[in-house]
Design a protein around this ligand. Structure first.
Ligand code: ACO
Length: 368
């Protein structure tokens, strides 16, 4: 007699609530709306840190506020690839392609190292800036190794050193974007690393995952949605119509947060303090209240609050990035987290290979 099949284990669509690993990199406390990197509060890191210091903290566990991380060089072969892309290429596709080409020019033995993490994190801003210039008919600008990563990125993008306020605002955005637990792209990076594949492949896969509008594509859509609401007064009717159509309001809701996303709170403060803030920021703040009220009415069963993408939009717009660069800028910031997770995964590796419940037909004979 054969044993009856084992009872299926509980299945959680989207792996919601499933513990799929252990990390000491960040704590995302969705109920209380708190976020820490290696125990340090995100608000304190934004107020007193810099992106290079935060990346180094994630990679090494050490807090060195003076840590220096410039943008990196673009190998000639990668530049050839960037020049060959059509003008219509989307920035996330260009970034994914550039990292893939970069990986093909490097020795990246397993396990990944902090040096590898630094190298890919500092390469990508140069690649995105070069792509943005090439598509505008301008020549790429070489990195200036004396500049910190965010300042260097803006310099290579515009040809001018940014003013301190602009660099500081984008640096704050990079800090809040750096790491966030087992989100979809980070989980992807860990799956790739768990196969003993290289760090460039992990980052390429993570960029592809972040490209989706449910993950990293939201802030440019926030700008679109706000531009469709003519005024804060007409916002309510627009929001109700959108929800009746079954649309999702970009910049709201989160898989983990049931409280206000602490990254949104930090970025709202940054946006309000910016010298060159977009003129629609005030409307965005008024619209936020309307959206939160209507979402609470329509979804009393699920706390849907503002997420990081909502206030990322005015910060990124305020520093002068074109909206179609927003998801790629988010990806640049998340390089620190992706690569830190690759290091953490490799340090105690087990191939990630979950099970699946089979729901197809019973075993049967092929038709004659
Ligand atoms: N607008 C309208 N309704 C929403 C929204 C939203 N932004 N978010 C969730 N809901 C609704 C869903 O339609 C669902 O309703 P239903 O049960 O009637 O179908 C209910 O709330 C529960 O939502 P879920 O789908 O269970 O939420 P989930 O955890 O899967 O989604 C997500 C999280 C993808 C972020 C979602 O809230 C969303 O699509 N938001 C808009 C896109 C966005 O802002 N993305 C950026 C996320 S932050 C980041 O990745 C860095």
């Amino acid at each position: 007699m054969t044993d009856p099949p084992a009872a299926p284990r509980p299945y959680s669509p989207g792996l919601e609530g499933v513990i799929a690993g252990e990390t000491s990199l960040s704590l995302v406390d969705g109920e209380r709306g708190r976020l820490t990197y290696r125990g340090y509060r995100i608000g304190d890191l934004v107020a007193r840190g810099s992106y290079p210091a935060v990346a180094n903290l994630l990679w090494t566990g050490d807090w060195d506020p003076t840590h220096h991380l410039p943008t990196g060089p673009i190998p000639a072969q990668v530049m050839t690839v960037l020049r060959a892309l059509p003008e219509t290429t989307k920035p996330m596709d260009a970034l994914r392609t550039a990292v893939s080409a970069w990986g093909a020019t490097q020795e990246l033995p397993w396990p990944p190292t902090i040096e590898q993490a630094r190298a890919v994190t500092s390469f990508s801003p140069s690649a995105l800036a070069a792509f943005a210039r090439l598509r505008a008919g301008q020549e790429p600008i070489d990195p200036d190794p004396s500049l910190e990563l965010v300042e260097g990125f803006l310099y290579q993008l515009t040809g001018q050193r940014p003013d301190i306020g602009t660099a500081r605002a984008l640096d704050a955005y990079f800090i809040v974007g750096a790491e966030h637990g087992f989100n979809a792209s980070t989980f992807t990076a860990r799956v790739v690393t768990s196969t003993r594949s290289d760090i460039a492949s992990a980052v390429v896969a993570a960029i592809g995952t972040m490209k989706g509008p449910l993950h990293g594509g939201a802030p440019s859509e926030v700008v679109d949605q706000l531009s469709q609401m003519e005024s804060a007064e007409s916002a309510e009717a627009w929001v109700r119509e959108a929800l009746d159509r079954g649309d999702r309001l970009m910049g709201f809701g989160h898989r983990v947060y049931r409280a206000y996303d602490p990254r949104a709170a930090a970025l709202r403060t940054v946006a309000e303090g910016m010298e060159h803030k977009p003129d629609w920021l005030e409307r965005a703040i008024e619209v936020e209240d309307v959206v939160l009220r209507v979402l609470a009415e329509k979804h009393p069963e699920r706390a849907l609050k503002t997420n990081v993408e909502y206030y990322a939009a005015p910060v990124l717009m305020g520093v002068g990035l074109a909206p179609d660069l927003f998801p790629a800028a988010f990806s640049l910031s998340r390089h620190a987290g992706w690569t830190a997770h690759a290091l953490e995964q490799a340090a105690d590796n087990r191939l990630i290979r979950p099970s699946v419940n089979y729901i197809g037909s019973a075993e049967r004979d092929l038709p004659a």
